[in-house]
Write a protein that binds this ligand. Structure first.
Ligand code: CA
Length: 456
């Protein structure tokens, strides 16, 4: 969850959007042949799993209706937007609108081992795409999130960033190696769709900077526009994909490849809209009906996706009172139908939310007892933090923020780098593209219609 997570009509607008989205190339007859965008998905696809988040050493990220956090050892029905987005991506591939070059599952919504089974269930079993590699990515975040950085025996801090740092030394895995190999093998650039924790895409750019020219764009489900509160029906929520690995997210933004890889952030100002009461895009058995006419395979796929989502939908609506709308699906749509969204230049940075409990500055009373929750002090620079939200945000060390249109030279990590949440000083802030709204009211309706058309 981001708290963090109809019909087979091929209408006129679908065709128009298709034409708008795909780039044309000249064929031998001088005409134009659409080339569908190529993508690799980095996804914490957890449909149907009752599991923990699999982020040992990370912050707890799920909460109940009273805004009390579950421990990371608690088992909950995990998010289903990844699987719905993956199924839609594979259906778009079959329709010639997208080319799925690989899937790299990661911890995040759930632990990695069963997440691999979910990915195979959707890619191989439901969609019959045994030709698409499904390769395991990260088991855990780049560093412990709510702990002080580890130290050497002589009291020096263990370095995280840089080619000799602990992140570059430890983040490599089969999924990261697969992404590099696939990128280098293909002649056309590939977009990376980051719809889970950012650990693996950050690792890829950090240890294999030579892939930069092979990446069209990295599209991320995450971020908030500077000053924005993140709420669903009035309840404060979290930027899940960044929150699960703030260091990985910061390392992605800091990656100094040549050329710089374009990064597009799908911000909550956009993606949160369709989960708000009165504007929810409902994706369940009451709205999804697959292609017309249905096939045995389409009915089986649709039934599995909707049946396996029921516990999660109950979990979500028990907290927010309405069904969960799409989140990760925005990233797939941004690649296939970019004109649906209002996207702008922005400056991305990481705002630390002091004060961590291990800091010398952490406030205590005369008896040494804490006078506030970590990360939740009054005057906290992180939006939504502070005493008004009780202790519910005490375990969020940093936020991913985008300043619209800013080209000012600012640090990437603001606050207390190197102490709070282990994120070191990583140089200047990062120019990105941030999508903040639908292009217009028609685009909002088209987005819903397209999701209903391709989600099965
Ligand atoms: Ca996800």
């Amino acid at each position: 969850m981001l708290v963090h997570s109809a019909l087979m009509f091929f209408s006129v607008f679908s065709v128009a959007l298709l034409v708008a989205a795909v780039s044309g190339c000249s064929d031998s007859a001088g005409g134009s042949t659409p080339v569908p965008p190529r993508v690799i998905l980095s996804t914490d696809v957890a449909n149907g799993l009752i599991d923990t988040h699999g982020a040992q050493g990370s912050c707890p990220v799920s909460f109940d209706a009273a805004a009390s956090y579950f421990n990371d050892s608690d088992y909950q029905p995990q998010d289903v937007d990844d699987g719905l987005a993956l199924a839609a991506a594979l259906n778009l591939d079959a329709a010639g609108l997208l080319r799925v070059e690989g899937v790299v599952p990661t911890y995040g919504n759930a632990t990695l081992p069963p997440t691999m089974l979910v990915a195979r269930q959707i890619v191989v079993d439901l969609k019959g795409r045994g030709d698409i590699p499904v390769v395991p990515g990260a088991m855990a975040p780049a560093a412990q999130v709510l702990r002080a950085a580890p130290r050497w025996f002589d009291d020096r801090e263990v370095a995280i960033a840089g080619p000799a740092g602990s992140f570059a030394a430890s983040c490599r895995n089969a999924g990261v190696d697969f992404m590099r190999r696939r990128l280098m093998d293909l002649e056309e650039p590939v977009s990376l769709l980051a719809v889970g924790p950012l650990t693996d895409v950050a690792c890829l750019l950090t240890i294999y900077p030579d892939v930069a020219s092979s990446i069209a764009e990295i599209v991320v489900l995450g971020s908030r526009v500077e000053g924005d509160s993140l709420t669903v029906n009035g309840k404060v929520v979290n930027d899940f994909n960044f929150r699960t690995d703030p260091l990985g997210g910061a390392m992605l933004l800091a990656a100094a490849t040549s050329p710089r890889v374009p990064i597009r952030l799908m911000a909550f100002r956009l993606t949160g809209q369709t989960s708000q009461d009165g504007d929810v895009i409902v994706l369940d058995a009451s709205t999804l009906h697959g292609p017309d006419p249905p096939t045995e395979a389409s009915q089986r796929s649709l039934a599995w996706l909707t049946d396996s989502a029921e516990p999660r939908q109950e979990f979500w609506s028990g907290i927010f009172g309405t069904p969960e709308g799409p989140f990760d699906q925005y990233v797939v749509a941004a690649v296939v139908w970019p004109d649906l969204f209002d996207c702008r230049p922005g400056l991305a940075y990481v705002q630390m939310c002091p004060v961590p409990a291990w800091s010398a500055e952490y406030p205590v009373d005369a008896d040494g007892q804490p006078t506030e929750h970590p990360f939740n002090a009054e005057d906290n620079p992180c939006v939504d933090h502070g005493s008004a939200n009780g202790g519910s945000l005490a375990a969020v060390p940093a936020q991913l923020v985008v300043a619209l249109g800013s080209d000012a030279s600012q640090p990437l990590v603001r606050g207390l780098p190197g102490v709070d949440g282990n994120i070191p000083d990583l140089g200047p802030a990062r120019q990105v593209t941030v999508c903040v709204d639908f292009a217009d009211a028609t685009a909002r309706r088209d987005f819903e219609d397209l999701l209903l058309e391709y989600t099965w």
